[in-house]
Design a binder for this molecule. Sequence first.
Ligand code: ZN
Ligand code: ZN
Length: 606
Amino acid sequence: MKKSFMAALSFVLCLAIIGSFLSVGFAEETKITTCGEDCEFYPTIIVPGNGQSSVCVTDDSGNFILDDDGNKIQAFPAYFQIGKIIRRVLFPALASLMLQRDIGLSDALADVIDESFGINACDLNGQVVTNVVTEKFPYPYSKCSDYEKTVINNNIPFNKYPTALPDDHIYYFEYNSMGNHIGFANELYDYIQMVRAQTGHDKVNLVPLSQGASVTSAMLEYRPEIMDQLHKVIFVVPALKGSTLFGDVFTGRVSFLNTDYLYNGFLSDMRLMDESTARLIEILLRILPDEVISASLDKGVRHLMENTMIRSTSMWALVPPEDYPAAAEKYLSSPEMANIKAQTDRYYQAQLHLENNIQALLDKGVQVFDIAEYNYPLINIGERWNEMNGDFILDLSSTSMGAYAANCGETLPEGYEQKNTHCADETHNHISPDRVVDASAGLLPDTTFYFEGQRHDLTQHNSIILKLAMRLIADDEITDVYSSPEFPQFLSGRNVQELLPLLNTAKALQAEGKSNASIDAAAADAQAVLDNNLATGDEVAACEKALREYLVKAGAAEEEKTPKDATTLRNISAYLYENYGTNGFSEMPLLFIRNLIAKCLGVFKG
Ligand SMILES: [Zn+2]
Ligand SMILES: [Zn+2]
């Protein structure tokens, strides 16, 4: 995710998203491709994940609002109007700082959250009513404009991974991650009809990513007749049974509302900034009394939940079935929420029927593949973040349809035998080489691939996941995890976001005759590691480091920023927490004196 810190923080604040759904009729019925009856391919529809569609802010007349660079402003995860925010917060912030009390600061921040995230708020029927427009692509990739191709590639970099599948057979289904979930399931159904009409093919492939899997799962439940029109479904890190992160947030278990955690480790556990930055912010929070910080966070979360999140049926679809009844009781039991609840209850049923619906697909002869990621603890927004294996955003049990796994950093117990819940072949070994995952307990043990140490929101930078998905959509040569030694069941996480441009720089130097032996060798190593699906993430990182070093020496690349040593700031923050708990700076002298007096009294009594 290419997010600024502000965007990341807002994401963190509660994973908001937007709502709007355009009732586009996908009217395009004319045949676009000329592939003919005996075409060897299947048209493939990508159903992207959370925030991977272009949902733009408009004015009251429906015109796009542009930023200073002339780009359409995206409504995900929020619409931050900096000038307005400053005007609303500045005075209460200064007054609260000076008087060390909550002089309207928590209310001002709650207003800012309502205003910014409110761009994604739905009405009490779960429909988008704000000024946003979801851009739609009712034609194949080959017919997309350059702008539209950029939108798609910014989310999923197809252009870096050529496939045999012609680009008039690739479609990208856009939807608003915060919008109406049942509406999207129906739109996806209609979109499939459009693709069939445009291509002349009876059946299509679906590639649902992350949240896109919840839309697909809903469609399979509500419109099961679609199963006859599918050739293959390739789930990529699918949110099929929600996420404990959302389960926690929707049942009121938000970790940072516990100030003992907020002042002692929350920000560094989050892993979205380096530790020295996290510790510095942790210390600076004490510039206000903890009551003010607490009130602001409490109100902020409450406003975000009550005014935006709980009206989004798409957000509800990310709550795991185990948590849904309690969450619905907490937020949807009032009469005014009845229309939302009727819709979220339906999707709860879809979650409960998931295994049956997948089995029905298989019974129809549809090939179903899955790509899951593990050994990356969930982001620590929810209280149960480190209780199960996951990929930073989703639980492994959700993305793998039930695989059994040790927690992150642990291994299955000595002498553990695979459960074989869903694998009948005794010769299969479904335990990961690192002894963390038992894939035989997942619904699709022979067609689910696992990537170790891969972070969910950086999936698009794992070249092997992209290569695997492209192979699966291009032809039917890979039928299971035993088909190709290049794609075994267990693979490694990696991030080639930096390595690819470095390698391009090296190639450019070589073309200009400005390279040297060290760069040539490092570039060759980098290419080899990129071509080797079985290389580990650490090996990729080592090649990147070496290549960068030689390019920096040649003046062709910038040195990597090394994180500052966090020891001093960590010690200061720990000292403050141990001695002053969660109190602000202004409360410290008094406490200090009080402690001193207590100590003296203790001495006298003794
Ligand atoms: Zn065709
Ligand atoms: Zn098996």
